[in-house]
Design a protein around this ligand. Structure first.
Ligand SMILES: Nc1nc2c(c(=O)[nH]1)N[C@H]1C(S)=C(S)[C@@H](COP(=O)(O)OP(=O)(O)OC[C@H]3O[C@@H](n4cnc5c(=O)[nH]c(N)nc54)[C@H](O)[C@@H]3O)O[C@H]1N2
Ligand SMILES: Nc1nc2c(c(=O)[nH]1)N[C@H]1C(S)=C(S)[C@@H](COP(=O)(O)OP(=O)(O)OC[C@H]3O[C@@H](n4cnc5c(=O)[nH]c(N)nc54)[C@H](O)[C@@H]3O)O[C@H]1N2
Ligand code: SF4
Ligand SMILES: [Mo]
Length: 721
């Protein structure tokens, strides 16, 4: 507190995206926010922020934001007390489960759940009590293949390799645009400078993307790829690497340098594992995949050579390659390339973090996380307690799910065939949403329970310290205390859970603050013995630097034999499907009805579907346009800014075109997260910049059949004139 001016300075982590930037916020005595800047003293983000950070102020002040529960009635929304809301929600859920069984209540958890320590610490107990198998989340519209592959290769869905971007000499970025997204499945604040630093120290980074993105523009090389063909590029690169190096010395670097970390050094690259892999993929030569991927064979050979000869290298694949029909195989091949070039668990390669709150520390070895039950209609496989979200709409329509509980999610805009889900939600017997807005999804709820958020919550980033490209820890206290009439997310989960478990008429216990769990985890975690406590983090609001990543996989592996399972059967067997598709692509190069392929995109000023209600982030030129290549447009006689109708198997939207050679011929792009002009949406600014929803075109039947993940990359569409 600066007493002479009564201006106080508050430090916290931004929890809007995965970069967890440190913020410095000044507030006057009337609790007005004066400035939001990057915290120069944050050892991780070093003063970096993006334009969304000031959005935290807008969210705090948003006129459309709910602070008390509301109930939908014939004549509109009415405000109700928290107790009335909790009682009604619990009794409805109870009676529906009593009548139709536990699984009649579905749950959807959206993206901000993982950016919120209150939700992460308190929702699991609530979900256990609810006991439904019909759990869905944004994971299966996003990074499911990463977890799937990690569980099979390393023994736990959260043992996720992260690029050691600060030390690598060569980075291959596939299907990621960190300059817009600020990094994903790698927590890397100030990513642009960290990428430029690779170049400054004499290294390179290369981007593979059907669009010349913001990241591609600053890369050493950008290579266009036909959407959804990354699996063939990866197969050819791996094939080259295994062929070029009949007996590389796998003991030189990384995971492979320790005799004890045995899979490679014992069986060796000349051994059984390699010959099995080699023979499975030998037909995918650079020449064989060139026309299908659109990448010349020489370019593929050079890429393989760059990865192989760099002092250290890392292949990183994100959204664009996860949300494909072979997302699982893609993530597996990426790990294989990193392993066979000695870059797994090695400096400058793909490494594993050691977070202060160790999420997997006490997990069981050799656990199976996959396909223990299936969705009702299409029998899609469960993973780690969740079913693929592309099955949610059809399973509601089929009548098995009578009630839905959504948390931090907007699946009407964020999941494939959003229109079908929109219709399905209308037919539910009961719906509850834990959310701060009446948006495209929550407008269907019977009751909305709005938690505190952003600047009003305490925060320790459980999820994203786990994905850090450095080991760091940071705890933020609330900037503003909540009103008496507000509830934290953890209070909401606890209140409902306690009502579901209490006997009729019994007194409802007071919710327990999950912070105790945090303090315990810190104390007994990897840095506890070095004196790291929650109190220490509270005393240093800029955050603690716990050092660069270090090789640690050997101690982390949770496979039953504590070795990397390099060739999991499920993935090896999926190569059959990969091959069938290859033959199909070779045959019908022309799709008769839908002659274009649709992809999505992100913008620095958007955050999925929910930050379009802040004027300073949406103002300016319309961003919800259909990007199209000049030739593709000319062939159809389309001119810039003209409105066209675009159609897929599931729907049709009308959108203005933006002609640009940033995008490949025959590929079109629409940003994800727009489409706010739906009846009853109470987002004044967002509705004024409504745009159309990409997911009114994406197809719920297009999935990675192995993992169940949604396939958004390369949806077949056509333009109607
Ligand atoms: N076609 C296509 N579809 C996509 C994608 C794509 O690239 N292309 N991306 C996918 C990805 S990666 C993701 S993660 C998903 C995102 O999908 P979702 O998670 O379903 O959607 P969001 O847009 O993140 O919506 C977040 C919701 O949480 C609410 N909210 C914000 N903060 C809080 C809070 O603190 N507490 C609570 N309770 N609620 C809060 C917001 O009001 C909003 O309703 O979309 C996926 N869908
Ligand atoms: N500003 C902003 N930041 C965000 C978000 C946001 O909405 N806005 N969302 C957050 C979330 S939830 C996530 S998951 C992350 C996602 O972070 P990123 O993975 O970096 O996400 P995108 O920017 O969607 O980048 C995906 C890229 O894949 C490309 N692509 C599409 N199809 C293919 C294909 O078939 N092959 C290849 N090689 N590339 C393809 C697209 O052109 C695009 O450039 O971003 C997070 N950060
Ligand atoms: S990059 Fe992400 S974490 Fe950093 S300020 Fe922007 S939204 Fe917040
Ligand atoms: Mo995401």
């Amino acid at each position: 507190m600066n007493s002479s001016t009564n201006i106080r300075t508050h430090y916290r982590a931004c929890n809007l995206c995965e970069a967890i930037c440190g913020l410095e916020i000044t507030v006057n005595e009337d609790n007005e926010i004066l400035t939001i800047k990057g915290d120069e003293k944050d050892p991780f983000s070093r003063g970096h922020i993006c334009p969304k950070a000031v959005g935290l102020k807008d969210i705090y002040l948003d006129k459309n934001r709910l602070k008390q529960p509301v109930r939908r009635t014939e004549s509109g929304w009415e405000t109700i007390s928290w107790n009335e809301a909790f009682d009604e929600v619990a009794s409805k859920l109870k009676s529906i489960q009593a009548q139709h069984g536990k699984d009649a209540v579905g749950v959807y958890q959206g993206n901000p759940s993982v950016h919120n320590s209150g939700t992460l610490l308190s929702a699991p107990a609530f979900l256990r009590v609810l006991g439904t198998k019909n759990r869905f989340s944004a994971t299966s519209a996003d990074q499911l293949p990463h977890h799937f592959v990690s569980s099979l290769m390393f023994g736990h869905p959260l043992l996720l390799p992260v690029p050691d971007i600060d030390r690598t000499d060569f980075m291959l970025i596939m299907g990621g645009n960190p300059l817009a997204s600020n990094g994903s499945m790698m927590t890397v604040p100030d990513v642009a400078n960290r990428l430029k630093a690779i170049q400054k120290r004499g290294g390179k980074f290369v981007v593979i993307d059907p669009r010349k993105t913001e990241t591609a523009k600053i890369a050493d090389q950008h290579i266009f790829i036909k959407p959804a063909t990354d699996v063939y590029l990866l197969l050819a690169i791996l094939n080259e690497i295994l062929t070029l190096t009949p007996s590389p010395s796998p003991t030189e670097r990384g995971a492979t340098h320790s005799d004890e970390l045995s899979p490679l050094s014992r069986r060796g690259v000349g051994g059984e594992v390699v010959s099995q892999l080699k023979s499975a993929i030998k037909s995918y030569t650079p020449e064989a995949v060139a026309s299908i991927t659109g990448i010349p064979s020489e370019t593929i050979k050079n890429l393989a050579n760059d990865i192989l000869t760099a002092k250290s290298a890392v292949v990183y694949g994100r959204m664009g390659v996860s949300v494909q029909a072979f997302g699982g195989v893609c993530q597996w091949l990426i790990n294989c390339i990193n392993i066979f070039t000695g870059n797994m668990d090695a400096e400058g390669g793909a490494m594993f973090s050691q977070p202060a709150f160790d999420l997997w520390g006490r997990a069981k070895k050799g656990e199976n996380y996959f396909n223990r039950y299936q969705s009702a209609v299409r029998k899609l496989p469960e993973f780690d307690g969740e079913l693929p979200v592309s099955a949610m709409g059809e399973d509601i329509l089929a009548g098995g799910i009578k009630a839905l509980f959504t948390v931090c999610g907007n699946p009407v805009l964020s999941t494939s065939n959003g229109t079908q889900l929109d219709t399905a939600l209308e037919g539910l017997d009961f719906m509850v949403s834990v959310d701060i807005f009446i948006n495209e999804t929550t407008r269907h709820a019977n009751i909305i329970l709005p938690p505190t958020t952003g600047l009003e919550i305490a925060h320790y980033d459980l999820a994203f310290h786990n994905l850090g490209i450095r080991n760091t820890a940071k705890y933020s206290v609330p900037l503003f205390e909540k009103d008496n009439n507000q509830r934290h997310d953890w209070e909401i989960f606890e209140e409902i859970k306690n009502r579901l478990t209490s006997e009729e008429g019994a007194e409802i216990p007071t919710p327990k603050n999950p912070e105790e769990k945090l303090a315990m985890a810190m104390q007994f975690g990897p840095y506890g013995k070095d004196g790291l406590t929650l109190q220490k983090l509270k005393d240093n609001p800029h955050g603690e630097d716990l050092g660069a990543l270090r090789p640690c996989l050997k101690e982390k592996l949770l496979t039953d034999n504590q070795e990397i399972n390099i060739i999991p059967d499920l993935l090896l067997n999926d190569l059959e499907r990969v091959n069938l598709n290859f033959q199909k692509l070779l045959k019908d190069s022309e799709n008769t009805k839908f002659d274009l392929q649709l992809i999505g995109r992100r913008h620095l000023r958007s955050n999925n579907s929910w930050m379009h209600n802040t004027e300073r982030l949406v103002k300016g030129r319309d961003r919800c346009t259909l990007m199209i290549h000049p030739e593709t447009a000319a062939n159809r006689g389309i001119v810039n800014l003209e409105k066209v109708q675009i159609e897929s198997r599931v729907g049709k939207v009308e959108i203005a075109v933006e002609i640009t050679d940033e995008i490949m011929p025959d590929v079109v792009s629409i940003p994800h997260g727009f489409g706010h002009a739906r009846k009853g949406v109470q987002l004044d600014v967002a509705v004024a910049h409504a745009g159309v929803s990409l997911n009114d075109l994406t197809d719920d039947l297009l999935i990675d059949e192995l993992t169940g993940n949604s396939a958004f990359s390369g949806v077949p569409v056509r333009i109607l004139r």
